[in-house]
Structures are given as C-alpha cells and as structure tokens.
Design a protein around this ligand. Structure first.
Ligand code: ZN
Length: 345
C-alpha cells in the first residue's frame, strides 16, 4: 500500500530499513489512517462510538448483525499498538460481515451464517492513540529488539521504560501521568495521557479513560462477551480470568473457552492453548467480567517478528496466518457463544 506511505521515520536512530515494514499486502489493513478510511466506506456495518481516547480520538466500533441478536460479542484489536495482527483480523471480519468476503475476496459462509444470530461489536483500535503513534504497518521479520523498543517506549535519554512498570500488575508507578515531558517515545501500550491501557488498578478502578468508557458501552448494550486480541511469541492461546475476577458464572466461562477451542479447530483455525490467568494482575478482560459478570477472553497470536517463525517462511504466509487464525478464533467464539447462556439472563 505504497500509496498511503507518508515517509515515516523511526523515533530513534535505527539501522533497519523502514520501507520493509510499510509495504504490506492490501488485505493486511492495520494502519490507523487506512483503517479510518476503510470504515468510512462501509455498506451495512453501523458505526458507533464508545467515546474518546485520552488524545481525543474516536473509540469507533462497528456493529454488524441482526436487530435482535440472540447473543452479542465485542472484539477489540490494537489494545497494544504494535500488535497489528488483531487489527487486521478485526478489519477483515468487518469486511466479511459488511459485504460477504474478506479483503482478499474470500467468502466466509460460516461467519456470515453465525452473524444472522450473533451481533458483532467490532473495534479495530481499543487504543487509537498508540495506533496513531505507530510508524510502521507490519512487524513481520523485524528483530525483537526493534519491536520491543517500539512496544515498550523509551525516555528522552534513550533508555527503554522499566519492564516492571510496563508489564507488571498496576502500581502507582505504572502510569506516566506527570512524567510525559521526560518521555522520548510513548510506545504501544500507553494512551496519550500516559495511562497503561490494559492495567486496571483494581476491580473497580481503571486509570485509562478508554477502559472506563468501554465498561459503560458494554453495560449499556448488555454485551455478552468481550474478546481482546493480542500477539507475542507463543503459539496461539485463549485466556480467561480466574473465578475471583468475575461476578458472573465462571463455570460457564470455562465451558465457553473449551467450546471455542473445539469450534476454532473445526473452522480450520489453530488448536488454542487454554489458559486461566492468576489473580495478581487486572487486565481489561478481567475488569469487565468483574463489573458486569459478562464473559471475556484474551486471544494471543504468534506475532510475525523475527524468531517466531522459521527463518525461511515467506512473509505472505505469516501475514495470512496472523489474519486467518484470528478470524477463525472469532468465528469459533461466536458459534460457541450460542451454546452458553447469556450472562444477562
Ligand atoms: Zn498485548
């Protein structure tokens, strides 16, 4: 998509050839501006808003599905700005439900079919501030040190932010509020106010304005299930919160997770490793069930950066796997959702 390139530069002196990470196939639509353009051209998908990011960007959600759905599913990509695999999967899912085929022209009859009963709230960017900050569109083949520098962010002195601050459970040190003047690059996890976007402080409190508005959005629409899409370096897995972190029925959540695994395999997707997270850290996918009793799952894909796939794998194969694994998991989850009770019933 060279037409969209605006000659971006690395936010620090980096020897990697940046063009390599900008030239992506048309269907790998994950850049912030391109996706905004794509959303303006929808036919059937209904554009909604869950509010505004800390940086004033719209929290755009696309609703696709019947007027009176039997179940509803909300899927978010781009919680972490460098994890564009989820964005591409969400965008292609929107494309299928909007006009019958993905951006490669492939039809997904099972997905079209399930969308007659399940309503999909699809949000390409949970963290649009980080998406707008991103300098590249693909991380396929990128050395991990480079991805990490972009993901974690760094101070003006060039040092990467402390990993404990960024990846651990929330502490008063987790957010960068009041310290933004010392930051050289905010990375992929923070909103423009410096809140670590996937680290609620507790069952009842979240510093990220995106998470607080999303809670209200899910509540108002009585959304049954929330799926948050990530990527890193393990084989694809599907995580749920521990029983202590939901006010809903944890047994039903476990059942939903197991059914999703089965149906994702039937859909030709990956054999997802099932994970139950511990109680130490609050994620958005724990915060929403804790407050609303709804189902929530975290999906994590194997990212395309260097070292994750065998060296000789063609990039095209990685882009395809990243998009289609995610889409098949979304499909499996939507089908599974019809077999568990609505948490609102
Ligand atoms: Zn992530």
């Amino acid at each position: 998509m060279k037409i969209w390139n605006s000659n971006p530069a690395w936010p620090w002196p980096c020897d990697e050839e940046i063009a390599k990470y900008l030239d992506v196939p048309d269907y790998y639509l994950a850049g912030y501006e391109e996706v905004r353009g794509f959303l303006r051209g929808l036919h059937k998908g209904r554009i909604e808003s869950a509010g505004k990011s800390a940086g004033g960007r719209d929290l755009t959600v696309v609703y696709c599905g019947p007027d009176a759905p039997e179940r509803t599913l909300c899927v978010t990509g781009g919680t972490h700005g460098t994890e564009v695999e989820g964005v591409a999967a969400v965008v292609n899912t929107i494309r299928v439900l909007d006009c019958g085929s993905d951006l490669r022209g492939q039809a997904w009859p099972a997905l079209t079919e399930v969308a007659r009963r399940v309503g999909f709230y699809l949000m390409p960017f949970f963290n649009p501030d980080a998406a707008a900050r991103a300098v590249v569109k693909s991380y396929v083949g990128m050395p991990f040190e480079v991805v990490n520098h972009l993901h974690v962010g760094f101070w003006k002195n060039g040092r990467t932010l402390d990993r404990k601050r960024v990846f651990g459970p929330w502490t008063p040190e987790s957010d960068l509020t009041g310290k933004l003047d010392r930051v050289g690059y905010l990375g992929a996890r923070y909103n423009d106010a410096g809140a670590d976007i996937n680290r609620p402080c507790s069952r009842t409190e979240a510093t990220a304005v995106e998470t607080r508005q999303m809670l209200e959005y899910l509540r108002q629409r009585r959304v049954d299930c929330y799926l948050d899409m990530h990527s890193h370096s393990t084989d694809p897995w599907l995580g749920i919160c521990p029983p202590e972190h939901t006010s809903g029925n944890h047994g039903d959540l476990v059942k939903l997770q197991q059914l999703t695994r089965e149906k994702t395999v039937q859909a030709g997707g990956p054999d997802l490793k099932l994970v139950v997270k511990g109680t130490r850290t609050w994620f958005n996918s724990h915060f929403f069930p804790a407050n609303l009793g709804i189902y929530a799952l975290t999906y994590e894909e194997k990212a395309g950066f260097k070292g994750n796939f065998p060296e000789e794998t063609p990039p095209e194969e990685i882009w395809l796997a990243n998009v289609y694994n995610g889409m098949r998991t979304i499909l499996g989850l939507a089908q599974a959702l019809l077999e568990v009770p609505s948490p609102w019933s």
